[in-house]
Design a protein around this ligand. Structure first.
Ligand code: PLP
Length: 379
């Protein structure tokens, strides 16, 4: 039970989750790559049109797989926004790569594509666009620079499943893309993720890396008569019980996305005038992007006002949160050479952003109370 009257997040199970858990127990295949895992793979491959989808234990692990797949050598550089979750960068640092932090655009909070070219060096191997809040990065420009300069593009699409950029699904632009099914995401199995593979030449090695560096997947398909250790790898497969929960959630895609769209549009409509009158900015979704309705945030005028609003909402038993602390200014980021002023937009936004409660079962009455409490806040 939450101690908050209105928590920030609450997972909800609206369809066949319990039935599918029962079925996976009855199938007596509760390890990875069972019936429900395959069902999730097919669903993602067919809906998104990707060459291959592989469920993983988290988006963090899908990012680690991507970093192994592109064969980074120590000292190689990867361009990553400073305004992101720690896993986006950790996965590459684990392989000995040096992260080069790129600042974000002040409107969508996605990496600033205009700054990309100037950060490329002879050691740059990849760029990692994060589709923040499920709103697409400017992929035309990013892909043009990447192809001219020979960079891999790996999309961190933790927020953006089923969002689109210029009519094409997020996660289908880079050679590789990663998804999260963590409890806070639109579709969840508690902890989970997926690696989406658009460049088919990565498929075979991805299956090996995911299966502890063995060719076990080929063995199960009858393509080899025994399986053995062929590469580096780890155990990145989720249990089929979790895949059952996820399959039920994915199959409820339309209902879930409709609920989230309604919640997002309510906040947007009800807070528009208040925001305008108090110098608060609301999320920007360019016309050429169909967002994934992952989150709703406010950009307050200052750090002090942001903190005061969080406290005010807490006094009404409403939990609102902030993120991300700029990675270039974290302890690790500073060890890697990060300095204040390296990414000024990130530093500013990080102080002012506030995320409102957002989950599938948030009722209109609860939302009205959140909005009323915000409007009630004394500036
Ligand atoms: C942008 C981004 N990438 C990666 C992750 C890591 O996801 P997971 O918890 O599935 O490892 C998160 C988590 O919220 C995230 O926000």
């Amino acid at each position: 039970m939450s101690r908050w009257n209105i928590p920030f997040n609450k997972p909800s199970f609206i369809a066949n989750e319990r039935d599918y858990i029962e079925q996976s127990l009855a199938n007596q295949h509760i390890s990875g790559d069972g019936y429900f895992t395959k069902r999730c793979h097919s669903y993602l491959e067919e809906e998104l049109g990707v060459a291959k989808a592989l469920l993983t234990t988290s988006c963090t692990h899908a990012l680690e797989m991507a970093a192994i797949l592109i064969d980074l050598q120590p000292g190689d550089e990867v361009i990553i926004p400073s305004f992101t979750f720690v896993s986006t960068v950790n996965a590459f640092v684990l392989r000995g790569a040096h992260p080069v932090f790129i600042d974000i655009r002040p409107d969508t909070l996605n990496l600033d594509e205009a700054k990309l070219e100037s950060l490329i060096s002879p050691r740059t191997k990849a760029v990692v666009p994060v589709h923040y809040a499920g709103v697409g990065c400017e992929m035309d420009q990013i892909l043009a620079v990447a192809s001219r300069r020979g960079l891999e593009v790996i999309e961190d699409n933790a927020h953006g499943l089923f969002g689109k950029y210029k009519g094409k699904y997020l996660g289908t632009f880079g050679s590789l893309a990663t998804q999260s099914f963590h409890e806070t995401k639109n579709f969840t199995c508690g902890e989970g993720g997926a690696l989406l593979i658009n460049d088919p030449h990565y498929v075979e090695r991805a299956e090996i890396i995911r299966e502890k560096g063995t060719n076990r997947s080929r063995f199960f398909r009858g393509q080899v008569d025994k399986y053995t250790w062929v590469d580096i790898g780890s155990s990145y497969l989720p249990s089929d019980i979790l895949a059952g929960i996820l399959a039920a959630q994915l199959e409820s895609r339309i209902i879930i996305q409709e609920k989230r769209k309604k919640i997002w549009e309510y906040y947007s409509a009800e807070l528009r005038d208040w925001a305008q009158n108090h110098g608060v900015c609301l999320p920007v979704v360019p016309d050429h992007c169909e967002q994934a309705y992952h989150m709703f945030y406010l950009l307050m005028p200052s750090l002090e006002k942001r903190q005061a609003l969080i406290e005010h909402l807490k006094s009404k038993s409403i939990l609102s949160v902030f993120h991300y602390l700029p990675l270039h200014l974290s302890d690790m980021g500073r060890k890697l050479g990060g300095q204040p002023g390296d990414c000024p937009v990130t530093e500013d936004i990080s102080d002012r952003l506030l995320r409102l409660p957002f989950f599938n079962t948030l009722s209109e009455g609860e939302q009205a109370f959140v909005v009323e409490s915000i409007i009630d806040f004394r500036f």
